[in-house]
Design a protein around this ligand. Structure first.
Ligand code: FS2
Ligand code: SF4
Length: 553
């Protein structure tokens, strides 16, 4: 195995990347190799779909499969090797279908179809042992000696950005929002990876195209979530347990949460959110369920302790899963793209089994003293008070906005974000989103101009909301987004964050500070492009970065 897709990848003086028997996340070598093969076969699907599309023929089921397949390979999503054997066989069949689609379309247009090589003609073995023996053919750095390190790094940026786009687009799709332009970009990127493009400028252009597609994916997801459940509104969420039976729901999938709320309605079971599911409490049609009782625990990396202590079943609807421990392995369930060998998987939103498990478990035996936090500052809520915000900026009451957001992780150095939020001067507003906020979202930041100083905009994908707010404020002030008194301080961990970064770059947002470390797959020359062309900066010391941001404004 070799994997260097996430921030917690193994690093040493010799270089970075998880290799050997297991990655830092717990992904074993067999699963990692099978994930590479799945993505490689998907590149073959993309080769045919891309060409078929140019001839006017599309296969939306194949596109949907690609979204799901890519999502399973994100960090902390699916660790079940057997699932990947199944997905590879499915991908191979879909590739045959895409090939027929392309060849028929070519013949109908009076052209002779191309004979494609590489992933299009790769023949995956039918079992795990056979596939494992083929791993080197699909490895992420297989052509490093031919392509060169900079091209390999830029290709990795595309591959991992693509994973983020696919994850967001999948979440939107399950709620009925799809964008054909996203599928076209995904197919184009897969074809580019398949044909071993090595020109770094071309590859970086493709990465920016993915950034634009990711903006569409986040827009589609915003439309999906708000269309299904209403626009988030400021909401006080209880963060302490209530006596009674309980289910904990983690991950990002609001549709699954909704299905769980339905399956537990009037059954005397309280549903708690965990991690990135916290923003669910701010959606009117979800908070209307009285048994959506509160939020429990913090960010994903605390789950082994928190899940062990939770007195009911737990459902993981998306990342971030880490190895279920014996104390709760029998009462954790996976759904959607998530998987772990031996852990029960819920197919077709059949959450009745989770409700039964909750009835059989003790639940909380007493009420904890009530404590709440305020969330729900999505784009509508913030723009609803835009006049107040603009007046406060004009009067000098608000001096600067910091968006301190993104993914969290267990690595040292992530206290920077807490320090940053805590040290930000009292006349500044902190916007936050993603799971990184758990490090500081229970701190008291006070208010400013009648608004809370900490505005929680939601999940990592709600970077869309932040971009809409920034764009509207820029319009109101008659300046560009880069001229606003706004600094972006991003914590990255996995591939959705890589996609969001590409979106920011594609939209021309400059001077983004990123940390706690830079992606290991970026070579010094690629980092230099990001620094020179886009003003991307690695994080430094919180106090100095605050001072530098305020001095620039
Ligand atoms: Fe956090 Fe994990 Fe949200 Fe990331 S729960 S690091 O997948 O997407 O953020
Ligand atoms: Fe390592 Fe991250 Fe890959 Fe896991 S996902 S194997 S931690 S680089």
């Amino acid at each position: 195995m070799f994997c260097y897709q996430c921030e917690q990848t193994y690093r040493s003086d010799e270089g970075a990347g998880c290799a050997g028997a297991k990655g830092m996340c717990g992904k074993d070598a067999t699963t990692a190799d099978l994930q590479d093969i799945l993505l490689y076969v998907c590149e073959g699907v993309g080769q045919y779909l891309h060409r078929a599309r140019l001839l006017g023929a599309t296969d939306i089921e194949a596109d949907r499969f690609i979204l799901f397949a890519f999502f399973t390979t994100l960090t902390n999503v699916n660790f079940n090797a057997a699932k990947f054997v199944e997905l590879i066989q499915q991908a191979s069949q879909i590739r045959d279908r895409a090939k027929a689609l392309y060849e028929d379309a070519a013949r109908a247009a009076g052209k002779s179809p191309e004979t494609l090589s590489g992933p299009a003609s790769f023949a995956p073995a039918s079992d795990m042992a056979g596939l494992s023996a083929q791993a080197s053919e699909a490895a992420v750095r297989k052509d490093a000696a031919i392509l060169g390190e900079d091209a390999v790094g830029a290709r990795a940026l595309i591959l991992y950005g693509l994973k983020g786009v696919c994850a967001y687009a999948h979440h939107a799709r399950v709620l009925g929002e799809e964008r054909d332009a996203i599928y076209a970009t995904v197919e184009h990127a897969l074809d580019m990876l398949a044909r071993e493009e090595r020109d770094v400028a071309t590859l970086l252009d493709e990465a920016l195209a993915l950034g634009r597609a990711n903006f569409l994916a986040m827009e589609a997801l915003d439309a999906a979530n708000t269309g299904a459940f209403g626009a988030p509104t400021p909401t006080n969420v209880r963060v302490t347990p209530i006596k009674g039976k309980a289910i904990l729901v983690s991950g990002h999938d609001l549709k699954d949460l909704h299905a769980i709320l339905e399956a537990t309605k009037d059954k005397g079971i309280n549903v708690y959110t965990h991690g990135e599911m916290l923003p669910a409490h701010s959606y009117p049609k979800l908070k209307a369920y009285p048994h959506l009782a509160g939020n429990y625990g913090g960010a994903w990396q605390e789950q082994q302790k928190e899940f062990a202590e939770f007195p009911g079943p737990i459902v993981m609807t998306s990342n971030c899963l880490i190895e279920p421990q014996p104390r709760y392995r029998g009462r954790i369930f996976t759904a959607g793209p998530v998987g772990w060998a031996g852990v029960r998987h819920i197919a077709d939103e059949n959450f009745a089994i989770v409700a039964q498990a909750a009835q059989a478990l003790p639940g909380f035996t007493e009420d904890a003293p009530e404590k709440t936090i305020t969330i729900g500052f999505g784009r509508e809520a913030v723009l609803g008070v835009a006049d107040k915000v603009i007046d406060a900026v004009k009067s000098g009451a608000i001096r600067h906005f910091f968006l301190v957001g993104g993914c969290d992780g267990a690595a040292p150095g992530r206290n920077y974000y807490t320090d940053f939020a805590d040290e930000a001067p009292k006349d500044t507003v902190i916007l936050t989103l993603g799971c990184g906020k758990y490090r500081f979202n229970k701190h008291d930041f006070g208010t400013i101009g009648g608004l809370p100083r900490l505005l929680d905009m939601g999940q990592c994908n709600d970077a869309y909301s932040a971009l809409v707010v920034a764009t509207k404020l820029a319009e109101a002030f008659g300046v560009g987004v880069n001229e606003l008194p706004l600094s972006l301080i991003v914590s990255w961990f996995e591939q959705k964050a890589a996609a969001v970064l590409l979106t920011l770059l594609a939209l021309g947002v400059r001077n983004v500070r990123i940390g706690p470390t830079l992606p290991a797959f970026l070579t010094p020359a690629l980092v230099d492009v990001l620094v020179q062309k886009f003003g991307v900066q690695p994080i430094g010391d919180a106090k100095s970065d605050i001072a530098a941001s305020l001095a620039r404004a």
